[in-house]
Design a protein around this ligand. Structure first.
Ligand code: CA
Length: 242
């Protein structure tokens, strides 16, 4: 079954162009010219990915993105933001609002499709790979679940697709220090240019997602070097939380 993509774009010619390109790339496109239309479509079908224009009439793309991220049904659907502003800070605030990637207008439909494929490729991380447990935290790629079992009660943690893949990367390589560049190559892939600050934004989101179970210190910042999953820091943290 082809992956379905919801494209939310108010400019009819761009919407048509993106839709045609998505179809050509083997996807099943759904079109919405504004947020209310997108909401209606989403109430019927949950797409595999959403391409969302930032500047929309009425409700902005960024406001809609926040809405999507607070709804349990849509919060894990990857979103690529389309922004007219080349300002890096704008792109970063899109990521902070929960976008998985972004493209800046003007962009080629080919570039957007490359990013769509890259985002879809990184979820789920690896269906064939077995589940991994570190310090009582389990990540299961087959069921896309992250959970911890303490006192016989399972506590499930909710991670976005990029955070899931990021955690998988760290959990399968504990204690080693990874540079931002390496994390980008391994988690995002080399075919898509992404700024290194993107890693920081997603690490922050990962920590927030791990916090309810006390694992927010799991991923340690190593000054001037990058990040590592630190077992010792976690053990200390869990002990002090108990
Ligand atoms: Ca627009």
């Amino acid at each position: 079954m082809p992956a379905s993509i919801l494209i939310v774009e108010d400019e009819p010619s761009i919407l048509e162009l993106l839709s045609a390109n998505a179809r050509h790339a083997g996807f099943y496109p759904m079109e919405a010219p504004d947020v209310p239309a997108a909401r209606t479509l989403l109430s019927e079908v949950l797409p595999d990915l959403i391409v969302l224009d930032w500047m929309l009439p009425g409700i902005s793309g960024i406001a809609f993105l926040r809405e999507l991220r607070t709804d349990s049904r849509t919060k894990d659907v990857p979103v690529i933001m389309v922004t007219a502003r080349a300002d890096e800070d704008d792109s970063i605030s899109g990521l902070e609002a929960g976008a998985d990637d972004y493209v800046t207008k003007p962009f080629s439909p080919k570039e957007l499709m490359a990013r769509v494929k890259a985002v879809l490729r990184r979820l789920p991380p690896d269906l064939e790979s077995s589940s991994v447990t570190v310090d009582g935290l389990t990540l299961d790629p087959a069921t896309r679940r992250v959970y911890t079992t303490r006192d016989g009660t399972e506590q499930r943690l909710h991670l976005g697709p990029t955070e899931f893949r990021l955690l998988h990367f760290f959990m399968t390589r504990p204690e080693r220090v990874h540079s931002r560049r390496l994390v980008l190559e391994q988690v995002w892939g080399t075919d898509v240019p992404v700024v290194e600050r993107t890693v920081d934004v997603h690490v922050k989101r990962l920590r927030d997602a791990l916090k309810p179970a006390g694992y927010d210190t799991f991923i340690e910042t190593v000054r001037g070097s990058g990040y590592r999953l630190s077992r010792i820091a976690t053990a200390r943290h869990l002990k002090s939380a108990a």
